[in-house]
Design a protein around this ligand. Structure first.
Ligand code: MUC
Ligand code: MG
Length: 367
């Protein structure tokens, strides 16, 4: 059960259609495959998706921190020493997706070693999650058409609408068009990725007051401290903190300050060990959680559903598990399937997924 080697392998898979939102856009999954090898011949896997516009991590930076700083401190540890691994990685500030991928690859290796699914090791609540799909920026009619396709093809009926553009009326028109098209057969919520000011956010939320929104997410920056508190205090839906809460300490700060009333849990950002801390903190504070998506590929999505399905609170709402549908291909031997609006966690031990060596050879960018 001892770690002998950690690999960090860059790969790039193009998107069929880019995802655009207030803080950036993604045209290719330029991620890092992380493999944790043990002296039993087990290999655990996970992926780190760099989001330079959000956390400042880059593909090269993730590889450098894993190869140069984390791997030398973790080789020799047993897979059961996950808290030792977490404490050693925590000495390095930032680098959330690099830390998360190493943590999750260790959990995958542990599950494979013990012959148990990771989701059962984490909590074992259920084996599936309802799926929420993210609608990136486009013309209102095209965003409605994408929602129709997701509903018809995959049975998805919860949509997170990216907002934060100017004028505010542009995004309000999209949400109104979706509500008019689907009436009350769909759940809708909005994510601003910090694009609006607090005042613009309140104006938009008032203009959408009749549209039955489930949540509002990160509409304005958390660093607009008093503005955000002023906004959140006036809303009648939970306000989800996402990129403003990359650590449990950030969750505490934002919730106690009255600047967030719900939390997006992203395994890509807090792994399994850190996500459990965030979840239990949210539970203790009495705030809602949503399983978010860091624009993950199928490996990351398998991680998100393994965690989300493990606990009752994370399955209360649909999880954001469908971004991989926009990718032209992926690395897994068995692609994930969404049907009737649900994603089941892959059966099998660990995360239940395996890398196809031919696909890895095609998409890795280091050889
Ligand atoms: C989201 O919920 O914000 C967009 C940027 C990012 O870091 O994650 C995505 C989705
Ligand atoms: Mg978000």
């Amino acid at each position: 059960m001892k770690i002998t080697q950690i690999d960090a392998i860059p790969f790039a898979v193009p998107y069929r259609k880019p995802l655009k939102f207030a803080s950036g856009e993604v045209h290719a999954a330029e991620h890092v495959l992380v493999r944790v090898h043990t002296d039993d011949g087990i290999v655990g896997i996970a992926e780190a998706p760099p989001r330079p516009f959000t956390y400042g991590e880059t593909q090269r930076g993730i590889i450098a921190v894993i190869d140069g700083i984390f791997a030398p401190q973790l080789v020799g540890l047993a897979l059961t020493e996950r808290e030792v691994a977490a404490a050693r990685m925590a000495r390095t500030v930032g680098n959330p997706t690099a830390k998360a991928a190493v943590d999750m690859a260790m959990w995958d290796a542990l599950g494979r070693t013990l012959g148990l699914p990771v989701t059962e090791l984490l909590g074992g609540y259920t084996d599936r999650m309802r799926v929420s799909h993210m609608l990136g920026f486009d013309e209102p009619a095209r965003m409605v058409a994408e929602a129709e396709r997701m509903r018809d093809q995959y049975g998805i009926s919860t949509f997170k609408v990216k907002v934060g553009r100017r004028p505010v009326s542009l995004d309000v028109a999209v949400v109104r068009a979706l509500r008019e098209r689907f009436a009350d057969t769909v759940e809708l919520y909005v994510d601003g990725n910090r694009g609006w000011s607090a005042a613009e956010s309140l104006r938009a939320m008032k203009a959408m007051a009749d549209l039955g929104l489930l949540f509002a997410e990160e509409l304005c920056p958390a660093d607009d401290v008093l503005g955000r508190r002023w906004l959140v205090g006036q809303l009648d839906v939970p306000f989800i903190a996402d990129e403003s809460v990359p650590t449990p300490a950030d969750v505490t700060r934002e919730v106690l300050a009255g600047s967030a009333t719900a939390i997006s849990i992203k395994t890509a950002r807090t792994g399994f060990t850190g996500s459990a801390r965030v979840l239990h903190l949210a539970e203790g504070l009495g705030v809602e959680v949503v399983m978010g998506n860091q624009i993950d590929g199928q490996i990351g999505t398998a991680c998100a559903v393994a965690f989300g399905a493990a606990f009752p609170l994370t399955t209360r709402y649909a999880g954001e598990l469908s971004n991989f549908l926009d990718m032209s291909d992926d690395l897994l031997t068995e692609p994930l399937q969404i049907s009737d609006g649900y994603l089941h966690r892959p059966p099998g031990v660990g995360l239940g997924i395996d890398i196809d060596p031919d696909k890895l050879a095609t998409y890795r960018t280091d050889q």
